[in-house]
Design a protein around this ligand. Sequence first.
Ligand code: CA
Ligand code: CA
Length: 294
Amino acid sequence: MIYIAWHKLCSPCIYILWLSIDGVIMNWFKNIFVLTSCFATPAFAVLLPVDLNNWQEDPGVASNGTWTVQAGNDAVLQTTNGNPTVFYEDGANSRDVTLTGNIRVTTTSDDDFIGFVLGYQTGELYSSAADFWLIDWKQGNQAGFGTTGLAGLALSHVTNTTNLAADFWGHTGGVDEIARATNLANTGWADNTAYAFDLVFTANLIQVSVNGLLELSVTAAQAGVSEFSDGAFGFYNFSQSNVLYSGVAAQDVPFCELNPQNPSCNANGVPTPAPLALLGFGLLALGYTKRKVR
Ligand SMILES: [Ca+2]
Ligand SMILES: [Ca+2]
């Protein structure tokens, strides 16, 4: 006979639909379900504050920026109007993680670049063999360095940073622009205005949302690579001072977003509570090792 029962697990956990083709549920199997489900839920759902004391400015170009971690350690203020500068966690591998927070320019002075990097390793800001992804957002159009910096939000693949200022300014040379944002393609950021950001970074996908609107969604194939190489999340400024990143937090990309074809994931991307899928989900969580994004 077909036996169907709902069981409430522990308080932070969800209800699980239990199916058994013979009506017999062994106690050991039940206990595994309870344990794995309770561990699985926070590992994939909880947003953890990032301790920015573990981040640094790239030491090779440390004079380019002035990054000061703020009280609470989940915010940082960059105060130098200078060459490109990146603030990141050395050695971090941030693929399969989402990074969220707020970004705000706290001055009416200037109109230059703010943003993020993905897949960053130490030294890539001054390397002929760089390989990272740049999400930059300029307030206003401006000629400079023999080229023109355009207002708006864009994703670029950076592979050579030896012509640092000019290439970053105009998205030329070693800075290859891949895509511009859906709504903010030519729209600059506003002074003294906080924007909520949400970055998704996987081997096959980069997504950027601003104030809850999806602005960039680019697959590895669309970007012309076999996969997005792993590396750290970082913050990026160029020729813009007084940029505040706050409320910075991270969490794992949900299992079903990474594995949409997995039998445990239905068409809506919600885990189907099939026993074997739950078992795998829970064991994955039990083996979860916290990444260096903190
Ligand atoms: Ca890299
Ligand atoms: Ca400037």
